[in-house]
Design a protein around this ligand. Structure first.
Ligand SMILES: [Zn+2]
Length: 375
C-alpha cells in the first residue's frame, strides 16, 4: 500500500497510516460525537461529546492495531515474519513476507487477531460494569468499545479468504485434505461469494431500507472483499509457480561484472548507458567483492564520480544476501521481501554465476505479484 505515513517501529514492525485512514477516523469520531453519544446520553456539555468521541475513536483504532499486532507476534513465533502494520479505510493490515509453512501455523496466526479483539471486548465490558453507575462518560466509551471489538472479531471470523475466518477455514481444509492449493481455491471462492453477498445486501439496504450511506458502505466492503479474495488466489498461484523453479533457472547470467578499480563515472558511462543495466557486480577474477545499483551512485556527488571507486559505494559481499544455485525461487523472493532487496547474486563455490532480479522473476511468470497480508 503506497501513500502511507510512517508512525515508528515497535517489536521490529513498522507502523504506518494510509491517507484513507483519516477519512474513516473523521467519520467515526463525528458519528460518535454527533449521533451515538448524544442519542444515548443526553445532557452532557457539547465539548464532552467531542472529547469522549475522539478518545473512543482513538481507542478503537488502538484496538485494531492490537488485533494486527496479535497476528504479527503469533505469526512471528510460527516463522512468519511481519514487516509492517498499516491502518487504512477498512481497518488494519499486517504485511507478511511469507505464507505459513503448515496448517497449524496458519491457524494460530489467523485466530490470534479475533481472539485479541474478543479479549479486548471482554476487558471493555468489565470497565463498563465497573463504571456504569459512577462515571457515565467512561461507561459510555467502554460500552461502545466492547460492542465494536466483539463486532470486529465476528466480522473477521466470516470464513471467506483473506479474512481471518477464511484463513482459519483454509488451515482446517489444508489439515484435513493435505492439499494447500485446493484449500486455497475453496477458501478464496467463499471469499468472493461473501463479497457478492455483501454487495447484494448493500443494494437491498439502499433500496428497501433507504439507508443510502449504510448500504453503500456495505457494498463497498463487499467489493473490497471480493477483490482481495481474487488477488489472494492469484498470489497463491504465482507462489506455487515460483516454488517449482530454482535460482539457476530464473537468474540472468548477462549481469555486468565491473572491476574494483573502476570509478563511478566509468561505470555509468561504460556500462549503465551502453547496456541499460541498473545493477552491477564488482568482482576480480570471478571472485565476488560486492554489488551496486544505479541508486547507489547517488550516494556520491556527481562531480566526485571520476575519483570515487565503485568499491566505495558498493554493498560489500559480507553484507550481501546471496542465493545458492539450487535454492527455490519462492524462498529467494521471500528473502528479498524480508530484507527490502530487489536483486540477489547467485553464488556457487564463492563464484558469482548470475543474478536474480525481482523484475525478472515477475517477467518470468508473466505476472505482477505482491506479498500477502492479514487483516
Ligand atoms: Zn485479523
Amino acid at each position: 500500500m503506497g501513500n502511507a505515513f510512517n508512525l515508528g517501529r515497535l517489536f521490529g514492525i513498522q507502523f504506518r497510516l494510509h491517507y484513507t485512514w483519516f477519512i474513516i477516523f473523521i467519520l467515526i469520531t463525528a458519528s460518535l460525537s454527533w449521533r451515538v453519544f448524544p442519542g444515548s446520553y443526553p445532557g452532557w456539555p457539547l465539548l464532552l461529546y467531542w472529547v469522549i468521541g475522539t478518545v473512543t475513536s482513538l481507542l478503537f483504532f488502538a484496538s485494531v492495531l492490537a488485533h494486527e499486532l496479535a497476528h504479527s507476534l503469533i505469526g512471528r513465533t510460527q516463522g512468519i515474519p511481519i514487516k509492517s502494520i498499516t491502518l487504512f479505510i477498512f481497518g488494519g493490515m499486517a504485511q507478511m513476507t511469507r505464507e505459513a509453512a503448515h496448517p497449524g501455523a496458519e491457524f494460530k496466526m489467523a485466530a490470534a487477531g479475533p481472539a485479541c479483539s474478543l479479549m479486548l471486548g471482554g476487558l471493555f465490558a468489565l470497565i463498563y460494569f465497573l463504571t456504569q453507575s459512577t462515571i457515565e462518560p467512561v461507561a459510555a466509551m467502554a460500552y461502545w468499545l466492547a460492542y465494536i471489538n466483539v463486532a470486529l472479531a465476528a466480522f473477521n471470523l466470516i470464513p471467506g479468504f483473506p479474512l481471518d475466518g477464511g484463513r482459519v477455514f483454509r488451515s482446517i481444509l489444508w489439515r484435513v485434505t493435505g492439499n494447500y492449493k485446493r484449500s486455497t481455491r475453496i477458501a478464496t471462492r467463499v471469499g468472493q461469494g461473501m463479497g457478492y453477498l455483501f454487495i447484494l445486501g448493500g443494494i437491498l439496504i439502499m433500496f428497501i431500507l433507504h439507508d443510502w450511506l449504510g448500504g453503500l458502505w456495505l457494498a463497498f466492503i463487499g467489493w473490497f472483499l471480493g477483490n482481495a479474495a481474487s488477488l489472494s488466489y492469484r498470489q497463491a498461484q504465482w507462489r506455487e509457480g515460483l516454488h517449482r523453479f530454482t535460482a539457476s533457472e530464473v537468474m540472468t547470467s548477462d549481469c555486468p561484472v565491473v572491476p574494483p578499480s573502476d570509478s563511478v563515472s566509468q561505470l555509468v558511462q561504460g556500462y549503465a548507458f551502453a547496456t541499460g543495466h541498473r545493477c552491477f557486480l564488482v568482482a576480480e577474477e570471478g571472485r565476488l567483492m560486492g554489488m551496486l545499483t544505479l541508486d547507489d551512485t547517488k550516494t556520491a556527488s556527481r562531480p566526485d564520480w571520476g575519483v570515487t571507486q565503485v568499491t566505495e559505494i558498493m554493498t560489500p559481499v559480507d553484507r550481501l544476501k546471496v542465493a545458492h544455485p539450487d535454492q527455490d525461487a519462492l524462498s529467494i523472493l521471500e528473502q528479498m521481501d524480508e530484507s527490502n532487496l530487489n536483486q540477489m547474486p547467485v553464488v556457487s563455490e564463492g563464484r558469482v554465476i548470475g543474478l536474480v532480479a525481482r523484475h525478472n522473476l515477475m517477467r518470468f511468470l508473466g505476472i505482477r505479484p505482491r506479498s500477502g497480508g492479514i487483516g
